[in-house]
Design a protein around this ligand. Sequence first.
Ligand code: SAM
Length: 298
Amino acid sequence: MKEKNIYEITDKLVHDACVKLQTPYFGTHLYARQGDSRRHIYMQAVVDLQGKLAGDRPLKILEIGSWAGGSAITWGASLKAYHKARGTVVCIDPWRPYFDPGKIGESPIYEVMAHAAQSGEIYELFLHNIKTTQVDDIVMPFRGESDKVLPLLADNTFDIVFVDGAHTYDAVSKDLKNCARLVSEGGILCGDDLELQLGMADQAHNRENCNKDFIEDPKTKAWYHPGVARAVGEFFGQTSVSVWEGFWAMRRVGDSWKPVELPPVEKYPVPMHLMDALCKVTQLMIDTMKFRGLVSDK
Ligand SMILES: C[S@@+](CC[C@H](N)C(=O)[O-])C[C@H]1O[C@@H](n2cnc3c(N)ncnc32)[C@H](O)[C@@H]1O
């Protein structure tokens, strides 16, 4: 087995400390933190916007793919902050290994994630994180695969549906198709990881690699999720998709989908649960120890 470096060891220590201290953990151990935290600013704006349209009515949010709870907590905390805690967040995730690490890419991240899911550690961390951020009263996990669970849900049920499950083209296409009918009139279908829209990418390269996770586009040199780009691009056709830092959203209007206009987002912070103060303190300690020659990088 590969020897752990100083960062991996301290990340695990911080994780264990957070679990003991009953505080949320979103550091790099188990890749608990997923995606770009700035996207959570726009997620809050979507809840605020839909909350205003809903008036006193509770908002129903559906999330496909929750991992350690980073986005589920943002949805739940936003309901509390901007909609007087009126609403629920239903999370569908098997919390089981969902890809063949060798097939979707070369990064060691895939081995670590497969192990975190297999061992049950990531589901435990999800439960810990929603509890310690006090959203466990409105966030409801359902353990299962989206293509088995989604067909059981009724049409027009949710105000916001967030697609962030498996990222291959086949998986995202299926999720979009299964989720579309669940969005209520005026509701939002949205998702993560659209760093590059399909029209901008090298088409042949995208087609060949759309069941990989994260690749470099030879045309633009951007790193992106080719499966998300192809599935979203095909699903919405010619319509240009509204996207902010990789978080995308479209509004259902009758039988069609329209881009979403968000209000100015300055008032929305990067959510507290993603502020990794403990990790920063640890990093500072490591840097100091390295500077004093007490530890090495290797
Ligand atoms: C990128 S992670 C989600 C990250 C999370 N939304 C966040 O922002 O912290 C992808 C998640 O999709 C889940 N997943 C994989 N296949 C799935 C499926 N068939 N149905 C539902 N979820 C799935 C994985 O278990 C994993 O937790």
